[in-house]
Write a protein that binds this ligand. Structure first.
Ligand code: KG4
Ligand code: ZN
Length: 349
């Protein structure tokens, strides 16, 4: 069987095809992404109207290429898994309406996928043998920052979330304040990594660790961003210290993300800690997780997606589609019932 995954929730138009059997054995046949980062860069963030127009232009060539690479005919597709939210409504609609056209023309059922569920399933791509339940997954990107308890496939409980900005959003805003450009995460982490490589004695500029000691598993990153702003306003020589600021900001974000996740893993007796979403591309974050888990939870597996599947892609949507196809009898719907929703919540049990 074959699933075609489609994704257009933000600024990536993507299509992917996964071949699978009823035992869950799978093979990724194609993973095509058309990213708009270079277009939005000059505006310092994603411009929804421009993103929407680009998706309309890009989606068909992307699907065409994914079928070509997989070397299969659209008529062989068993289901189309498509992101239905959360995301920018004007972006989401391109992949969903395109899915409807294929569904209607070729009589292919549709599997609506929550974008967060896609990020969760990005971890199945390379680590499916290592996943043990219960699992604590930290999904962290520009639009979301969630701690999820996963008791079994497709069985989610949100145990913590950000009360304001997501960590990726905080990286993006901090980068803008430091005059470094968009997207902020990769830029800040690159400068911080270089600083760490070149300096024997890194100088930390002390920034707050919001909600680190709170009794719940929620996050808040907007205060950290404001603290950085006040610090920059006070520091007349901040432009000479950009590497220190990048290192210190990243350190503060990492400390909160890692410590809260580990606390949750302890509370829920997790057998696996998983990281997902754009921020999971961060090298220092993964390194710190590895160090802390080895020290505090040595029996727990730590997994994260391969780099190319950390930011938005359609393979993760197709992967979530495969598991829904196999394990959820109600997953497949008629195209007439397909709806997108910008603030769609992850269905929990
Ligand atoms: O998952 P994603 O592509 O889109 C959303 O669903 O938001 O994630 C994009 C986010 C951006 O905020 C970007 O700054 C952040 O992920 N990001 C990083 C890194 N690479 C991407 N943040 C920290 N370190 C990185 N290396
Ligand atoms: Zn995402």
């Amino acid at each position: 069987m074959y699933i075609l995954g489609l994704e257009s929730s933000c600024d990536e138009s993507a299509a992917s095809i996964i071949q699978f059997n009823k035992n869950g054995k799978f093979k990724i046949l194609s993973n095509i992404i058309s990213s708009q980062i270079n277009i939005h860069k000059k505006y310092g963030g994603v411009v929804p109207e421009i993103a929407a127009r680009e998706h309309v232009i890009n989606i068909l060539p992307v699907i065409d290429e994914s079928l070509d690479r997989a070397n299969i005919d659209i008529k062989k597709i068993s289901a189309i898994a498509v992101t239905v939210g959360p995301g920018l409504i004007t972006s989401l609609i391109t992949a969903s309406e395109t899915a409807k056209v294929f569904s209607c023309l070729f009589n292919i059922p549709i599997i609506p996928i929550n974008h967060i569920e896609g990020h969760i399933y990005s971890n199945l791509i390379k680590n499916y043998k290592k996943i043990k339940f219960p699992n604590i997954t930290l999904t962290v990107s520009g639009g979301h920052n969630l701690l999820i308890l996963i008791k079994d496939h497709l069985n989610y409980k949100i145990i913590g979330q950000t009360l304001d900005d997501a960590a990726g959003e905080a990286f993006d805003k901090a980068s803008k304040m430091l005059g470094l450009g968009y997207p902020g995460g990769p830029i800040i982490s690159k400068i911080a990594d270089k600083y760490l490589q070149e300096t024997k004695n890194p100088q930390e500029i002390i920034l707050p660790r919001p909600m680190l000691t709170s009794s719940n598993f929620n996050f808040s990153f907007s205060g950290l961003k404001t603290a950085l702003l006040y610090q920059l306003q006070k520091d007349k020589k901040w432009k000479e210290k950009i590497p220190q600021y990048c290192y210190s900001f990243q350190k503060a974000v990492i400390e909160v993300l890692t410590k809260k996740t580990i606390k949750a893993a302890k509370k829920y007796n997790a057998k696996t800690i998983a990281l997902a979403g754009g921020v999971s591309a961060n090298k220092e974050l993964k390194k710190e997780f590895e160090i802390l888990i080895k020290k505090e939870l040595p029996k727990v597996n730590f997994i994260f997606p391969p780099l190319e599947y950390t930011t938005d892609n359609a393979t993760m949507i197709a992967m979530a589609g495969v598991y829904n196809f196999l394990k959820n009898k109600k997953a497949k719907i008629n195209y007439k019932k397909l709806k997108v929703q910008s603030s769609l919540e992850l269905k929990t049990k």
